[in-house]
Design a protein around this ligand. Structure first.
Ligand code: HEM
Length: 150
Protein backbone atom coordinates (compact mmCIF):
# COMPACT_ATOMS: atom_id res chain seq x y z
CA UNK A 1 0.00 0.00 0.00
CA UNK A 2 1.50 3.37 -0.98
CA UNK A 3 1.12 6.66 0.91
CA UNK A 4 -1.95 7.80 -1.06
CA UNK A 5 -3.71 4.46 -0.60
CA UNK A 6 -3.53 4.93 3.17
CA UNK A 7 -5.46 8.21 3.02
CA UNK A 8 -9.04 6.81 2.74
CA UNK A 9 -8.41 4.73 5.88
CA UNK A 10 -6.79 7.67 7.66
CA UNK A 11 -9.74 9.89 6.70
CA UNK A 12 -12.24 7.42 8.15
CA UNK A 13 -10.18 7.33 11.36
CA UNK A 14 -10.14 11.13 11.53
CA UNK A 15 -13.92 11.22 11.05
CA UNK A 16 -14.35 8.71 13.86
CA UNK A 17 -12.03 10.68 16.16
CA UNK A 18 -13.93 13.93 15.40
CA UNK A 19 -17.26 12.21 16.18
CA UNK A 20 -15.90 10.95 19.51
CA UNK A 21 -14.68 14.47 20.46
CA UNK A 22 -18.04 15.98 19.46
CA UNK A 23 -19.84 13.39 21.57
CA UNK A 24 -17.62 13.96 24.61
CA UNK A 25 -17.82 17.74 24.13
CA UNK A 26 -21.60 17.57 24.12
CA UNK A 27 -21.76 15.50 27.31
CA UNK A 28 -19.28 17.87 28.97
CA UNK A 29 -21.33 21.01 28.31
CA UNK A 30 -24.42 19.23 29.63
CA UNK A 31 -22.41 18.53 32.80
CA UNK A 32 -21.46 22.22 32.96
CA UNK A 33 -17.75 21.62 32.25
CA UNK A 34 -17.25 24.67 30.01
CA UNK A 35 -13.46 24.64 29.76
CA UNK A 36 -13.34 20.92 28.93
CA UNK A 37 -16.20 21.42 26.40
CA UNK A 38 -14.16 24.16 24.73
CA UNK A 39 -11.07 21.94 24.57
CA UNK A 40 -12.88 18.94 23.07
CA UNK A 41 -14.65 21.12 20.47
CA UNK A 42 -11.35 22.76 19.49
CA UNK A 43 -9.81 19.28 19.20
CA UNK A 44 -12.74 18.18 16.98
CA UNK A 45 -12.17 21.26 14.80
CA UNK A 46 -8.42 20.49 14.55
CA UNK A 47 -9.13 16.88 13.59
CA UNK A 48 -11.69 17.95 10.98
CA UNK A 49 -9.14 20.44 9.63
CA UNK A 50 -6.60 17.62 9.24
CA UNK A 51 -9.30 15.57 7.55
CA UNK A 52 -9.93 18.38 5.05
CA UNK A 53 -6.21 18.57 4.16
CA UNK A 54 -5.98 14.79 3.83
CA UNK A 55 -9.20 14.61 1.77
CA UNK A 56 -8.07 17.32 -0.68
CA UNK A 57 -4.68 15.56 -1.02
CA UNK A 58 -6.44 12.27 -1.77
CA UNK A 59 -8.74 13.84 -4.36
CA UNK A 60 -5.74 15.54 -5.98
CA UNK A 61 -3.85 12.30 -6.50
CA UNK A 62 -6.56 9.64 -6.77
CA UNK A 63 -9.78 9.32 -8.76
CA UNK A 64 -13.20 9.28 -7.14
CA UNK A 65 -14.14 5.60 -7.08
CA UNK A 66 -17.32 4.28 -8.59
CA UNK A 67 -19.53 2.47 -6.11
CA UNK A 68 -19.56 -1.25 -6.92
CA UNK A 69 -22.87 -2.26 -5.29
CA UNK A 70 -25.92 -2.99 -7.43
CA UNK A 71 -29.68 -2.56 -6.93
CA UNK A 72 -31.31 -0.98 -3.85
CA UNK A 73 -28.00 -0.59 -1.99
CA UNK A 74 -26.80 1.64 -4.83
CA UNK A 75 -29.74 4.03 -4.34
CA UNK A 76 -29.12 4.02 -0.59
CA UNK A 77 -25.42 4.79 -1.19
CA UNK A 78 -26.15 7.77 -3.44
CA UNK A 79 -28.70 9.26 -1.02
CA UNK A 80 -26.14 8.81 1.78
CA UNK A 81 -23.36 10.36 -0.31
CA UNK A 82 -25.49 13.31 -1.53
CA UNK A 83 -26.69 14.16 2.00
CA UNK A 84 -23.13 13.80 3.30
CA UNK A 85 -21.71 16.18 0.67
CA UNK A 86 -24.44 18.83 1.15
CA UNK A 87 -24.07 18.77 4.95
CA UNK A 88 -20.26 18.76 4.66
CA UNK A 89 -20.38 22.01 2.68
CA UNK A 90 -22.68 23.56 5.27
CA UNK A 91 -20.51 22.55 8.22
CA UNK A 92 -17.51 24.71 7.28
CA UNK A 93 -19.20 28.12 7.81
CA UNK A 94 -21.43 26.73 10.59
CA UNK A 95 -18.50 25.37 12.61
CA UNK A 96 -16.47 28.54 11.98
CA UNK A 97 -19.25 30.78 13.29
CA UNK A 98 -19.98 28.49 16.24
CA UNK A 99 -16.31 28.48 17.26
CA UNK A 100 -16.06 32.25 16.84
CA UNK A 101 -19.11 32.84 19.03
CA UNK A 102 -17.83 30.42 21.66
CA UNK A 103 -14.28 31.80 21.73
CA UNK A 104 -15.43 35.43 21.78
CA UNK A 105 -17.75 34.78 24.72
CA UNK A 106 -21.04 35.39 22.86
CA UNK A 107 -22.52 32.37 24.58
CA UNK A 108 -26.23 33.06 23.97
CA UNK A 109 -25.61 33.29 20.23
CA UNK A 110 -23.19 30.38 20.47
CA UNK A 111 -25.80 28.18 22.08
CA UNK A 112 -28.42 29.06 19.45
CA UNK A 113 -26.24 28.18 16.46
CA UNK A 114 -24.55 25.22 18.22
CA UNK A 115 -27.91 23.45 18.36
CA UNK A 116 -27.68 23.22 14.55
CA UNK A 117 -23.93 22.85 14.22
CA UNK A 118 -23.57 19.89 16.56
CA UNK A 119 -26.06 17.52 14.86
CA UNK A 120 -24.96 18.54 11.34
CA UNK A 121 -21.28 18.01 12.21
CA UNK A 122 -22.05 14.67 13.86
CA UNK A 123 -24.08 13.61 10.80
CA UNK A 124 -21.21 14.53 8.47
CA UNK A 125 -18.66 12.61 10.57
CA UNK A 126 -20.79 9.47 10.89
CA UNK A 127 -21.95 9.41 7.25
CA UNK A 128 -18.30 9.95 6.24
CA UNK A 129 -17.45 6.69 8.00
CA UNK A 130 -20.49 4.97 6.41
CA UNK A 131 -19.46 6.12 2.90
CA UNK A 132 -15.91 4.85 3.56
CA UNK A 133 -17.19 1.46 4.73
CA UNK A 134 -19.48 1.04 1.73
CA UNK A 135 -16.92 2.21 -0.82
CA UNK A 136 -13.72 0.63 0.49
CA UNK A 137 -14.73 -2.24 2.77
CA UNK A 138 -18.16 -3.67 1.87
CA UNK A 139 -18.07 -3.14 -1.93
CA UNK A 140 -14.38 -2.48 -2.74
CA UNK A 141 -13.13 -1.76 -6.25
CA UNK A 142 -10.07 -4.01 -6.49
CA UNK A 143 -8.18 -1.96 -9.05
CA UNK A 144 -9.25 1.32 -10.61
CA UNK A 145 -7.00 3.51 -12.77
CA UNK A 146 -3.89 1.70 -11.59
CA UNK A 147 -4.55 2.36 -7.91
CA UNK A 148 -5.05 -0.80 -5.93
CA UNK A 149 -7.16 -0.59 -2.82
CA UNK A 150 -6.93 -2.84 0.16
C1 HEM B 1 -17.78 24.34 16.79
C2 HEM B 1 -17.52 23.88 17.99
C3 HEM B 1 -18.57 23.84 19.08
C4 HEM B 1 -19.76 23.19 19.09
C5 HEM B 1 -20.35 22.28 18.01
C6 HEM B 1 -20.38 23.49 20.35
C7 HEM B 1 -21.60 22.98 20.75
C8 HEM B 1 -22.28 23.39 21.88
C9 HEM B 1 -23.56 22.90 22.28
C10 HEM B 1 -24.36 21.82 21.53
C11 HEM B 1 -23.90 23.54 23.39
C12 HEM B 1 -25.16 23.33 24.22
C13 HEM B 1 -26.33 24.10 23.60
C14 HEM B 1 -27.60 23.87 24.40
O1 HEM B 1 -27.69 24.37 25.52
O2 HEM B 1 -28.45 23.16 23.90
C15 HEM B 1 -22.83 24.46 23.72
C16 HEM B 1 -22.83 25.32 24.80
C17 HEM B 1 -21.75 26.05 25.19
N1 HEM B 1 -20.53 26.16 24.54
FE1 HEM B 1 -20.05 25.23 22.82
N2 HEM B 1 -19.55 24.31 21.08
C18 HEM B 1 -18.43 24.54 20.33
C19 HEM B 1 -17.34 25.30 20.68
C20 HEM B 1 -17.24 26.02 21.85
C21 HEM B 1 -16.12 26.83 22.20
C22 HEM B 1 -14.83 26.99 21.39
C23 HEM B 1 -16.38 27.37 23.39
C24 HEM B 1 -15.41 28.29 24.09
C25 HEM B 1 -15.52 28.76 25.26
C26 HEM B 1 -17.72 26.95 23.80
C27 HEM B 1 -18.40 27.31 24.95
C28 HEM B 1 -19.70 26.97 25.27
C29 HEM B 1 -20.42 27.43 26.44
C30 HEM B 1 -19.88 28.35 27.52
C31 HEM B 1 -21.69 26.87 26.38
C32 HEM B 1 -22.85 27.08 27.36
C33 HEM B 1 -23.60 28.27 26.87
C34 HEM B 1 -24.79 28.58 27.75
O3 HEM B 1 -25.47 27.66 28.17
O4 HEM B 1 -24.99 29.75 27.99
N3 HEM B 1 -18.20 26.10 22.83
N4 HEM B 1 -21.86 24.35 22.78
Amino acid sequence: MNAIEILPHLNAGLNAAAAVCLGIGFVLIRLGAKRAHRNFMLTAAGISGLFLISYVTLRFFAPIFAFQGEGAIRIFYFILLASHVVMAMAIVPLAGLTLYRGLSGKFDQHRRIARWTWPVWMYVSITGIAVYLMLYQFFPASKVAGLSLV
